[in-house]
Design a binder for this molecule. Structure first.
Ligand SMILES: NC(=O)c1ccc[n+]([C@@H]2O[C@H](COP(=O)([O-])OP(=O)(O)OC[C@H]3O[C@@H](n4cnc5c(N)ncnc54)[C@H](OP(=O)(O)O)[C@@H]3O)[C@@H](O)[C@H]2O)c1
Length: 300
């Protein structure tokens, strides 16, 4: 059934939706009964108080419950889609690229052309987004921390060098030799016992740079995050993504100017079985880029 928007909302026909760990980490009370946060699609109808969007507009952004044929979106959290992206690539962007963009925005000490950025978990959804956007900003050195199997791909997306986190000697060498202006930790506290908080802190010890982490296993950190959107933990600033259309527009322009496409590692059709397969792949913590459900050939 097509949902009707409130006066300050739009309804969209969903063409593609991407998966995020938040879908299964947060409770259904917090996110609603239907999974999905990130979407691309076509506006069906526009609430009476909404300006700047019309029915038929092609858009992408945030719409909780978007793993469905139709969803409701807040117009402050969507933007119009540029033709250069297809539905699947547009749906891959919102949360991962917002997190990457907002984490990189915390680096204010240096010109990007002098800055060293370390990305932990560089091959996953947020990690590869951070590598791409750091490259688009012109960061001098981008060190990607990922498995050897994904090294070539992460280099192709803009990393200057790779450190395999399974190689303890290489990790120790990197710890001793890297002076980072920004460490973006997309791996700690992500369900597999990953913990890079102390390691990250060592990389900025002499540089005065900052560490940003995207997750925590501590209740007190989450309590602070939910109140302030940011929290301090073990030398890192843990951040919560701020969903807003202005940043979505900037990200779209940045990727266009850098001639980069959002990274889609897996694309599956919209069926119960394929969605289960997609979440199994995401929960395995081995995703390459984003996993996207393509819904636009699904009959409504
Ligand atoms: N705070 C926020 O607002 C916010 C926003 C977005 C995401 N997040 C959080 O950020 C984290 C990452 O999200 P995501 O979407 O990027 O997840 P993802 O796509 O599932 O990340 C998978 C990646 O994690 C890497 N990985 C797994 N174990 C690792 C380890 N021990 N060391 C280094 N890398 C490891 C894997 O790399 P290899 O395959 O190379 O091993 C894989 O590429 C999640 O906890 C998510 O909830 C938070």
């Amino acid at each position: 059934m097509k949902p009707l928007p409130e006066p300050n909302e739009v309804s969209v026909r969903v063409m593609a939706a991407s998966l995020n760990p938040a879908d299964y980490k947060f409770s259904k009370e917090a996110l609603g009964p239907i999974f999905g946060i990130d979407f691309s699609g076509v506006i069906e109808s526009v609430g009476a108080e909404v300006h700047g969007f019309s029915s038929g507009d092609e858009v992408w952004g945030i719409a909780p419950g978007c793993l469905a044929d139709f969803a409701i979106a807040n117009p402050d959290k969507i933007t119009k889609k540029e033709p250069v992206w297809d539905w699947v690539h547009a749906a891959a962007v919102p949360t991962a690229y917002l997190a990457a963009y907002q984490a990189l925005g915390r680096q204010k000490r240096k010109k990007w052309s002098d800055a060293t950025v370390v990305v932990i978990g560089a091959s996953g959804g947020t990690g590869i987004a951070t590598v791409q956007l750091a490259k688009a900003f012109g960061a001098s050195v981008i060190v990607g921390i990922c498995s050897a199997a994904k090294a070539q791909f992460v280099l192709q997306q803009g990393a200057s060098r790779i450190v395999d986190y399974n190689d303890s000697n290489a990790m120790k060498d990197a710890e001793d030799s890297t002076s980072a202006d920004l460490v973006v930790d997309c791996a700690s506290a992500s369900g597999g016992g990953e913990d890079y908080f102390s390691w990250s802190a060592k990389l900025v010890q002499t540089s005065g740079g900052i560490c940003v982490a995207l997750s925590s296993e501590k209740n007190e950190t989450w309590a602070e995050l939910m109140t302030n959107g940011t929290a301090a933990e073990n030398g890192s600033e843990v951040m919560l993504v701020q969903q807003n259309a202005e940043d979505l527009r900037v990200i779209q322009a940045l990727l266009r100017q850098a001639n980069m496409l959002p990274v889609v590692g897996k694309e599956l059709p919209f069926s119960k079985r394929d969605i289960d397969t997609a979440y199994d792949a995401l929960k395995s913590r081995r995703a390459l880029g984003k996993i996207v459900i393509n819904m636009h050939e699904h009959p409504v």
